[in-house]
Design a protein. Structure first.
Length: 318
């Protein structure tokens, strides 16, 4: 009825409606205005329509009903406003009294009488946020632990595989070498592990080496010059000279004598024999028996009789 009335209302159409219909229309107008925004055009149109109906009821005393008589005085003039909405009141402390809360909020923000005010505790919100962050961190840590376990498992698998491959490569017949001074030769046909174990063989064994640079207190990777080698030789001879250690024990004197022989060996190669030094620098190591043979040849060439090689301290060069 209200929709048809809004489509074609005027003073002439109002008179065509009965008092009962106008009362129903006025009630529907009141209900519609409660849910409309006061600044909207529809609210203005509904307000104007209700005023027209009210004026029509005031002029027509014969058709005035109780609905119009209730609004006849100025105190009961129709004042339309939207329905009150529930307000949210933020409480800093749950134990704070309501009167103190209304004083803090002020008269404009205080909860009206008859309105259910919803309270929100900020401390509970902070606790919930903290628990949420902790749960997310625990979830991330759990994922990272799972990834770490997977990586460790892959590394263990790779190590086991590489160990098996190295074992297979190390114990193949091609890696078996003949020991000098024996009549045994590696078989041409593939042999079993038991046969290879029984045979007098050596598997990937390094020869003892002599680090002549280390004997002089130098590093080969630094590529020392001749002046540096000469200075190192002079310093070592002064430190291990037998005349300077005469007051020490017999064990210390033997150690100094061995060191002097090692120093003389290093000087003989690095300063007196350029070819041997070049070969040593290219290969990085020199075998002890090669140096002994070279020392014997040099002594024979120089006319020294009974020249015998000396036993130099050997070490492995990494």
């Amino acid at each position: 009825m209200l929709h048809s009335f809004e489509q074609s209302w005027s003073f002439h159409t109002i008179s065509t409606y009965s008092t009962f219909d106008l009362e129903n229309i006025l009630d529907e107008l009141y209900e519609e205005m409660q849910f409309e925004d006061p600044a909207s055009p529809r609210y203005t149109r509904l307000l104007e329509t209700s005023q027209r109906i009210y004026e029509h009821g005031q002029h027509d005393d014969s058709t005035r009903s109780s609905a119009f008589r209730n609004h006849s005085s100025a105190d009961h003039s129709p004042v339309y406003a939207p329905a009150p909405q529930p307000q949210v009141v933020v409480v800093q402390d749950a134990a704070q009294p309501a009167q103190q809360l209304n004083q803090n909020l002020g008269p404009a923000q205080s909860a009206p009488a008859g309105t259910a005010a919803m309270t929100v505790n900020t401390r509970e919100l902070k606790n919930l946020e903290s628990e949420k962050r902790k749960a997310q961190q625990q979830l991330e840590m759990k994922k990272q632990r799972c990834e770490i376990e997977d990586i460790k498992r892959e590394i263990d698998d790779e190590d086991a595989l590489s160990s098996r491959q190295n074992a297979q490569t190390r114990y193949t017949p091609q890696s078996i070498t003949q020991i000098p001074g024996t009549r045994y030769a590696p078989p041409t046909q593939p042999t079993t592990t038991a046969q290879a174990t029984v045979a007098p063989t050596r598997i990937d064994r390094r020869e003892p080496r002599v680090d002549i640079y280390w004997n002089l207190g130098l590093m080969q990777r630094e590529k020392p010059s001749d002046a540096q080698i000469r200075e190192a030789y002079r310093r070592c001879t002064m430190q291990h000279d037998p005349d300077r250690v005469s007051h020490k024990t017999a064990k210390e004197r033997d150690h100094s004598a061995n060191r002097m022989r090692e120093i003389s060996q290093a000087k003989a190669i690095l300063m007196d024999d350029p070819e041997r030094k070049r070969a040593y620098d290219d290969e990085g190591v020199i075998q002890e028996h090669e140096f002994v043979a070279w020392k014997q040849r040099r002594d024979r060439a120089s006319g020294v009789k009974g020249g015998a090689g000396f036993a130099a301290t050997t070490s492995y060069v990494s």
